[in-house]
Design a protein around this ligand. Structure first.
Ligand SMILES: C[S@@+](CC[C@H](N)C(=O)[O-])C[C@H]1O[C@@H](n2cnc3c(N)ncnc32)[C@H](O)[C@@H]1O
Length: 205
């Protein structure tokens, strides 16, 4: 744990040094990076975390995230069967499978990566209740003419590095949600809007 803590700080310091002092490195281009540098060894649950992650670590990550979501659903009496669900940055489709097992009405998945999109298209080609799109979340949401009960985005929002794009994406999500929303935020992962928030402008804390 201490090693992990120190490693994280070192990485942040290195990033700061390269970005602001040495001014070295290339600008992150989210339309190319995922296909050119990330999914180079295929698309799978493990790969969506890192090429080097062990299967046990990947399973642990997904199991603990599922637990958090299920706990939130159960503790707040939220029923999502027969819901219209959107999953942003679907990767290998772990969250599509997760929500699909809760008998939704429809799931819309999307990913900026073409490799992921092709993988998901094939994976769900026989399932009429799952549709997959390719592109930036903000652009895809703009083209969809639907209302959703729940929007899921695990491990995605912190990859949107332009502040205005991030804000516009959050607002676009707010606009496609059927009811008022809240964001369930845990560390760098935000998961859902919930129905109960009285104030639509509430931000994650
Ligand atoms: C760390 S992976 C997480 C994948 C999946 N949500 C999961 O938890 O298994 C991040 C995913 O988000 C996608 N992504 C990154 N930026 C995106 C954007 N602006 N719009 C849509 N997808 C994006 C990447 O291609 C990648 O598949």
């Amino acid at each position: 744990m201490i090693k992990q803590f120190l490693w994280k700080r070192a990485k942040i310091a290195f990033g700061f040094l390269n970005t602001y002092i040495r001014k070295k490195g290339r600008k992150y281009d989210n339309t190319k990076w995922w296909d050119a540098s990330f999914y180079t060894e295929g698309v799978s649950d493990r790969q969506t975390i890192s090429q080097k992650k062990s299967i046990i670590t990947a399973k642990y990550h997904y199991a603990s995230m599922e637990l958090q979501i299920l706990k939130h659903l159960r503790n707040n009496g939220i029923h999502i069967n027969q819901s219209n669900i959107m999953d942003i940055g679907s990767g290998s489709g772990h969250w599509i499978d997760f929500y699909n097992s809760i008998e939704p009405l429809k799931i819309t998945g999307m990913d900026i990566s073409l490799l992921s999109f092709n993988f998901l298209k094939k994976k769900y080609s026989k399932n009429d209740s799952i549709e997959i799109h390719q592109g930036k979340a903000l652009e895809v949401i703009g083209k969809l003419n639907n209302d959703y009960d729940l929007v899921n985005a695990v491990g995605v929002m912190f990859h949107i590095v332009e502040d205005s794009e991030w804000e516009n994406t959050i607002n676009a999500i707010g606009n496609i949600l059927k009811k008022r929303w809240d964001i369930y935020y845990r560390r760098s992962f935000w998961l859902h809007r919930w129905l109960k928030c009285a104030n639509r402008q509430r931000w994650p804390h």
